[in-house]
Structures are given as C-alpha cells and as structure tokens.
Design a binder for this molecule. Structure first.
Ligand SMILES: [Zn+2]
Length: 415
C-alpha cells in the first residue's frame, strides 16, 4: 500500500463555492480514500504539509489538439505520424506541468498516444480522444487548396493529414464514425460550421445535414459515447444540438435563445477564448493568410460576451483552449480571460467537475471526494479569491499528483 496524507491547507473539492480550511485528504493506492475534518490517522502515509496553500482537483482541458504542432495547417500536412508523436511528447508534458492532469483531444489525438500515456511510456495528461475530426467536403476539416482535386475519404491525403477526415452523406458519416469507434474513440468530433483555419468555408456556413450529424450521434450512442461539434453561430449550435450533439465547441456567436435550448437539451458549451486572443496577436508572424486573420478578428471580437449569455441562460459551460502549435504556451491564460466575466468558483467547476461530466468521468475525475482518482494540484494562495494564480503555473503550482503518483512535489514530506 502507498498512502499520502495532505494536511494544513485549503481544499476545493470541485463542487463548493469556497476552498475549505481544516480538511485532510488521504490518498491510498492512486485513489482518494478519505476527505475529513479533524486529523486522519494513517500510520503508513507519507504526510505533505500544505502550509496553508490550496489543494484542488487536477485541472481538465476539454478542447486541445495534441497533434496540432504548427498553427499553419500546411506545415502539419507533411509530418509523418511517428514524428508528429515525438513532437507531441513535450507538448503534452507541458500541459501536465501546468496542472492539467486530463485533457480531451477534439481532433487528431488517437488511441496510440492516449494509451502510451496511460501505460506510463510518456508523461502527460490522461487523454480522451476522438481520432480525426469529421468534416464534409469543403468544410472546416478540408484544408485542400482550391487547385487540389485529389479526394480520398479514407486518408484525405492533403487535408491536414490524420487530424481531419472527410465524409459526405449519411452512409459515409456512419461508416467513418463506426470506424473511429472501432479504433477506440472516446467521442466523435464533427465540424458543423465554418471555421477560422480553413480556407474555403465562411464562418456562417452550416456544415453537414441534420441527418448526417444524427447518424454520427446514433453510432456514438450505441457505444455509450457522444458527439462534440465545432460551431460558431447560433444556427450551427441549434443545427447540432437538435441532431443530438452533446457538446458544442467555441459557440462564440451564441444568442440567449440558443443558449437556453442547449441547456434544455442537457448539452454543454465549451468556450475556447484564449486561442482567438493569442492567435490574433501572433497570426501574421506565423504565416496565417489574410482570409484566416479576418475570420479570427470576427470570432475574437464576439469574445467574452458569450460567457454572460450562457451564464444568463443557465447553460453549463466546460473549459477549453484549442491552442494550435506555437500558441500552446498560453493554455493557462484561459483562466484570466474567463475571470473577466465569471467568478472563480464557476470557472474552476468548469475546469473540474463540469469537464469531468463532459468526458463521462463524473465522480472519478475533477473531484476531491472518496473514490475519485487521486489527480490533485497544490497552488500558492487561493485561486478561489484570485483565479489568475492559475495562469502562472510555473510560479504558483507546488505539487502535481496524477493517479497518486507525484509528477511534481516542491513541498517535500513532513517528518
Ligand atoms: Zn479545436
């Protein structure tokens, strides 16, 4: 048996509004065994004195792309999967260093890299993956140049390689969804709306028919899984959730009525605000075309208004970042951006318990309660008073534990 006992700190368990003083947390063999007031007695436990710092559930990012090693899609096109994997290794380790003990990949990440992390071959967050995002021809996942007439549904050779896959029509959608589920996908990603990084689809275009999306939803549900959809406009959000999509990503232009519809259907919105702000800053330098920069400016401007709209409609919001390539360093800045419109407890619930529900891990991840996996972080100060503390993880995170294993421990053990 290996046991670790945390004492003398504040505890945010993923649910409550405040970090609670006086709680002790016992971890045994990778799971949280007890969370109690008053001293917990466990003779064999190594004790970690939190010194008044805050213990939180390991953070969850519900929208990343582990294989998007370059911002410009054209640069990813010629990279073989083996090299892509090698280059993803430091990328995902950096996510874990920022306190993200779990991430959901919404396009590209495959079961190979997921399982390599799970089996301990490479350090990184627990991964939940969907394989390539599914796009219609000319949709957000179709990065072919206008002059490129090659078309291959199985490999979609020149379109962002394995990060996207093209399907047209109900039968192809069904087949592609079935194929990704066969390979072990945790969810299915569909592109239901125009996107920023793709050259031939204005932002307001609706992609796929209702029946195409519903086919993916039906196949995912048969496996106990769900579909997430790339969307910006209210029309695209409605189009998606009415077809059974469970999480709508981005949704920058969502209106109140649509946000209420999402809430009434028990679906989630996953905002990814940092990617627009940071990419707008660096895009030209990194080779984004004027078409892409114009689209970026539009979604960035819609900005944080969507947070108020969703909160006002009672829509549950996850926490995502969607940072490509060189932008990935800014992952933790999403906390600061969300803090412009939301209180710290709501933001933290998004990044813990709500995201855990999104990835179908309620009670197992994103929570400090008995029975949960022991993914915890320790932060200097109290992020429930100042959420921006989590935007400086290299300065503020003192301990990162994943499944009971210490990835980082600056606090040492009490004698
Ligand atoms: Zn994305």
């Amino acid at each position: 048996m290996t046991a670790t006992l945390f004492r003398n700190g504040l505890v945010f368990d993923g649910h409550v509004d405040e970090a609670v003083p006086g709680l002790e947390v016992l971890v045994v063999d990778g799971r949280i065994e007890a969370v109690e007031q008053a001293p917990i007695k466990e003779a064999n436990a190594q004790v970690i004195d939190l010194g008044g710092r805050t213990l939180l559930p390991g953070l969850i990012d519900a929208h990343v792309h582990v294989f998007a090693i370059s911002l410009a899609a054209s640069k990813n096109e010629t990279v073989p999967l083996t090299q892509m994997t090698a280059r993803a290794v430091p990328r995902i380790k950096a996510m874990l260093d920022r306190g993200f003990t779990t991430v959901r990949d919404t396009g590209g990440g495959d079961v190979g890299i997921r399982d390599a992390v799970a089996q301990g071959f490479i350090p990184g967050p627990r991964l939940f993956v969907g394989g390539p995002g599914i796009s219609q021809t000319g949709g957000h996942g179709d990065h072919r140049r206008r002059t490129d007439d090659r078309y291959d549904i199985d490999r979609n050779a020149n379109a962002f390689m394995f990060v996207h896959r093209i399907a047209d029509g109900v039968e192809q959608m069904r087949r592609v969804a079935r194929d990704e589920l066969r390979k072990g996908a945790d969810h299915i990603k569909v592109m239901a709306c125009g996107g920023v990084g793709s050259p031939s689809d204005p932002l307001e275009t609706i992609q796929f028919t209702r029946d195409e999306i519903a086919a993916a939803v039906q196949e995912a549900r048969r496996h106990g899984k769900y579909v997430c959809a790339h969307t910006y406009t209210s029309e695209a959000v409605r189009h998606s959730v009415e077809a059974g999509v469970r999480t709508v990503e981005h949704a920058n232009f969502i209106d109140h009525e649509t946000a209420k519809l999402v809430a009434s259907l028990d679906a989630f919105v996953v905002p990814t605000l940092v990617c627009y702000e940071v990419t707008a800053e660096h895009g030209v330098k990194l080779g984004l075309s004027p078409v892409v920069m114009d689209k970026l400016a539009m979604v960035n401007k819609a900005g944080i208004a969507m947070l108020d709209i969703c909160a006002g409609a009672g829509t549950r919001m996850g926490f995502g970042t969607d940072l490509m390539g060189e932008m990935e360093y800014a992952q933790s800045y999403e906390f600061t951006i969300r803090g412009r419109a939301q209180n710290p407890a709501d933001i933290l619930r998004s990044a813990t318990t709500v995201n855990a529900e999104i990835i179908q891990q309620t009670g197992k991840l994103g929570v400090i309660r008995p029975g949960a996996l022991a993914d915890v972080i320790v932060c200097e100060g109290n992020p429930l008073k100042d959420i921006t503390l989590l935007s400086k993880p290299e300065e503020t995170l003192r301990l990162i534990m994943q499944g009971g294993r210490l990835h980082r421990n600056d606090l040492g053990f009490a004698a």
